[in-house]
Structure formats: C-alpha cells, structure tokens
Design a binder for this molecule. Structure first.
Ligand SMILES: Cc1cc2nc3c(=O)[nH]c(=O)nc-3n(C[C@H](O)[C@H](O)[C@H](O)COP(=O)(O)OP(=O)(O)OC[C@H]3O[C@@H](n4cnc5c(N)ncnc54)[C@H](O)[C@@H]3O)c2cc1C
Length: 457
C-alpha cells in the first residue's frame, strides 16, 4: 500500500488574524513587525520555540557581510534596526570581515522576543503549518499541528516566510525547485570552545592570511570580478587540503567537501559558526535526505574538528561547543511568481516601477562571488513576492520568485528582511484598502516603505 485516505474530521479554530505570518526567520520577523506597525492585527507563528530562523537555529551570525569598504547601496529599514537593537542589547560584536554586526545567535532569540512584543505582534511558538485553506483562489488560513493538536488559523492575508515556501506549495501556488543534483549544498554547522585565541589569531595572520581569492581553492570553483580577491575573508581550507593529500582526511561521499568559513573568535575562547561541511545531493524537502544529512553532517564535523585539533595552532585543545540545531538549507522551493528575478537583473542593476527595496550587487553561490564595493545595486519588484494563481498570499525571504543565480543573491539575510518588510506592509495596506494583495496600490506601498526608512531607489 503506497498511500492511505485520511478521514475528514472537524478541527478547532485556534486563532484568527488580519495578517498571518508563517515562519519567524529574518523575513518573518520583518514581515510581522512591518504589518503590526502598519496597523494590522498580526499573528506570527514559528515551528520551533524561538524566532530568528537560520540565525538562531543554524548559528549564522553575519547578516550583512557584503558591507565592505567602498560604496554600498542597500535598503536599510528593519535590517539596520535589527543590527542596532542587537548591538544595544549586547547581542552582537563587530563582524570580522565587514562593516556590519555579527549577531550572537543565543542572545538574538531574546532580541527577537523583545522587538516583536514591543510592536504588538501576537506570537505562537512550537506550531507547524501543515496545510493551507484556499477557497476560490484566495487563501483563507492554514492548518497547523502542535501539542494542542490539529487546529486551524483563519486569516485575511497570509505571508509565507518559511524559507522552503511551505505555505505557497501547500496552497497550490506555482513554484519551482531545482533537481536534487542542482540544489545548493546544505551544511551541518558547529562551533568550538577551548581555543587559544591569541595563537589562533597569529596563525590566521601569519600562516593563512586568507582572502576571498582562497575561495577558488579545492572546494569550489569561484568566479569573482577581481576586486574581491585581496579582501580579508575568514576562510579555512588549507588544513583539510593538506590532510587529504596525506590520505588523512577520508570523505566517503564524493558530493561532500570540507573547507569554508568561521565567524567570530570570542574572548571566551570560542570559534563560532564553523561553516565547513558542504553536502550536495540533498533535497531539504525530503525527510530521508535531511536525516542522512544530519547523520553524515555531524560525522564530518567531528572529523573536521579532529583535523583542526591536530593541525591548527591554537585549536589543539578545541572541543565541540555545539552543532547547529537545524540543518543549514540554502535552497529548496522558489515561487513561480508574477515576476521572476533573473541573473541579468542582479548583475545589471535592474530597475522596476514596482520596486519595494534595493539590494547591492552581492552574489554568493553557484560558482560566483561578487561583493558590491562600487555602489552597484538592483531593485526588487513587488511582483516577485506575488503568486500567479493564489491571492491574498505573499511570499518573502529566500523563496521569492527568481532564477537560481538570482537566488544566490536575494537569499542573503538582509534581502530576506527587505522582502519581509515589504510583504508585511503590503498585507496591512491590502486589509486597510480592501484590495487583494495582488492589487495593492503600488505608489502607496512605496510611500509607506520610504516612510519606514527603506531605500527603494
Ligand atoms: C549554512 C548557511 C550559511 C549562510 N550564511 C549566510 C551569511 O553568512 N549571511 C547571510 O546573509 N545569509 C546567509 N545564509 C542565507 C540565509 O541565512 C537564509 O537564506 C535566510 O536566513 C533565509 O531567511 P528566511 O526568513 O527566508 O528563512 P529562514 O531563516 O529559514 O526562516 C524560516 C523560518 O520558518 C520556520 N518554518 C519553516 N517551515 C515552517 C512551517 N511549516 N511552519 C512553521 N514554521 C516554519 C523555520 O523554523 C524558520 O524559523 C546562509 C544559509 C545557510 C544555510
């Protein structure tokens, strides 16, 4: 038997809201803040027990590492507010390669709680969206599972900020997904403690002296524009390359590579966000694949730590501090929306009448590394957030509508925050103006975003 028929059953309505935001990562936090501040009764739900998405679940700290010396044009808005609030609350330090903040993933959980509660967002944690309620082409709410059982949440507008686009595909909105072989790799992340930070820092400065040029080493073929090559990057691949040459590092899966970046060296003797294990051929919407990735990922992290302990000055006594709580997924479903951002758009400073934010020409993945140090930027059109065939549903974050190369740019957190802020504002505006989300008055939306400090041009 390959499938069974579930019996229809009556389920309680747990909550009602004008605007429901599903998923509390960078895009969801921004969507909920913007919606509530624009006057809509807003509910944000999250499957885990805290907000922050990849920041707090995986442990990724650098929200704007593209901000190098030179002119960088970016949207600002809630992303700047998050960085400023984190700094004020002691939840960040200066990021090591850029003019931005590295967030403390643990403390940032509390920062999110505070920001969201102060904005009057209603919150539900530990609750999973598992189905969508759609009638006559309009989304009416979602079905959830939690320790409270199977329940419905009814909403006038829904914003999908799940990263994987769970709601849009459950609602029957058109979407795309690359084949398993073509999806970006996933990462099991770890941090370590017990580091002699002075010795490690000396090793970095004197022996490694890493720049973005090193990214083109054995792990990835990397194409840049040249201006990136001499800039410092916290990149660590050499000990693994040498160990492999000696036959000391054996990776039994040819689609996995070891070598990548760290984020922060703390005064407490930690090296955090060791983003070293890259596993390909994993589809994060397939539970068998994610199980395999967790098990292999942890094994490879421990192997990487062994090499670091044996080869790297300052790390001889390093011990595992923690693994990421969730697998680091870079790519899965992408909306097939009213506009699809293209590679040409992100490389050629695209301009759109319905711009809802700008983002620097910053591309990281699929063989490209481009840092915008020269002021170049593209605009993001509202239509990239709007499904073709389901209305009153908006999509924000890494799963908006775009081609795979464009995705390697807009997947970055500050862009996810910008699309979240736009979606939240648009959803609130559509409630207030009695239009569907597809039909919001774009000049009014743009005025509202500019009043919130978002740069659209
Ligand atoms: C290993 C790794 C390293 C990265 N490094 C960087 C970096 O240095 N800088 C950078 O800017 N970007 C980086 N990125 C990319 C960036 O972190 C993500 O693209 C970004 O976090 C996406 O934001 P989001 O809000 O769309 O989704 P997410 O951050 O994934 O948040 C989605 C939220 O929705 C919740 N959720 C999911 N499904 C459901 C459901 N069905 N019901 C309820 N809740 C649900 C999740 O628990 C999560 O909290 C990295 C990504 C990875 C994986």
């Amino acid at each position: 038997m390959d499938s069974i028929m579930e019996k229809p059953r009556s389920i309680p309505v747990l909550e009602k809201a004008q605007v429901l935001v599903v998923g509390g990562g960078p895009s969801g936090i921004a969507a909920a803040l913007a919606s509530a501040r624009s006057g809509a009764d807003t509910l944000l739900l999250e499957r885990y027990g805290y907000f922050g998405g990849v920041i707090t679940q995986v442990g990724i700290e650098a929200v704007a590492w593209y901000r190098h010396e030179g002119k960088v044009n970016e949207a600002g808005g809630i992303l700047r507010e998050m960085e400023d609030t984190a700094l004020r609350m002691g939840a960040s330090v200066k990021e090591c390669q850029s003019d931005s903040q590295a967030l403390d993933p643990e403390m940032f959980k509390y920062v999110c709680d505070q920001m969201l509660q102060q904005a009057g967002v209603r919150l539900l944690l530990d609750i999973y969206a598992v189905a969508a309620i759609v009638e006559d082409g309009l989304i009416r709410g979602i079905i959830t599972e939690s320790k409270s059982g199977r329940t419905a949440i009814l909403a006038d507008r829904v914003i999908d900020c799940t990263g994987d686009g769970d709601n849009m595909h459950l609602a029957g909105a058109l979407y795309k997904k690359a084949s398993r072989q073509d999806l970006m790799s996933v990462t099991e992340l770890f941090s370590c403690r017990g580091v002699d930070t002075e010795q490690f820092t000396r090793y970095v400065q004197n022996d490694l002296n890493p720049t973005y040029r090193d990214w083109g080493g054995e792990c990835w073929a990397q194409q840049s524009t040249g201006k990136e090559e001499n800039l410092f990057s916290p990149y660590l691949e050499k000990p693994f390359v040498e160990a492999r040459k000696r036959g000391d590092l054996v990776i039994d899966d040819p689609s996995t590579s070891i070598g990548g970046t760290w984020s922060t060296i703390t005064p407490e003797g930690e090296v955090t966000q060791l983003n070293l294990v890259f596993m390909r051929n994993i589809d994060c919407t397939d539970v068998r694949d994610t199980t395999k990735a967790h098990l292999n990922g942890r094994r490879y992290c421990i192997e990487a730590l062994r090499i670091l302990r044996e080869q790297v000055p300052g790390l001889q006594n390093a011990r595992l501090r923690n693994f990421g709580m969730a697998l680091g997924t870079r790519e899965s479903h992408l909306l097939d929306g009213r506009y699809t951002l293209t590679k040409e758009d992100v490389f050629n400073q695209a301009r759109f009448e319905d711009s809802i934010a700008i983002f620097p020409e910053f591309i990281d993945g699929r063989g490209y590394l481009v840092l915008s140090t020269n002021g170049r930027y593209y605009q993001i059109p509202y239509r990239a957030l709007v499904p073709k065939n389901v209305d009153n549903l908006l999509v924000a974050g890494r799963c908006i509508s775009g081609e795979p190369i464009a995705h390697t740019s807009f997947r970055n957190m500050s862009c996810c925050v910008a699309t979240g802020q736009a979606a939240g504002t648009a959803a609130a505006l559509s409630v207030q103006s009695h239009t569907t989300t597809a039909d919001v008055h774009i000049p009014t939306l743009q005025q509202m975003l500019e009043a919130q400090g978002v740069r659209l041009r």
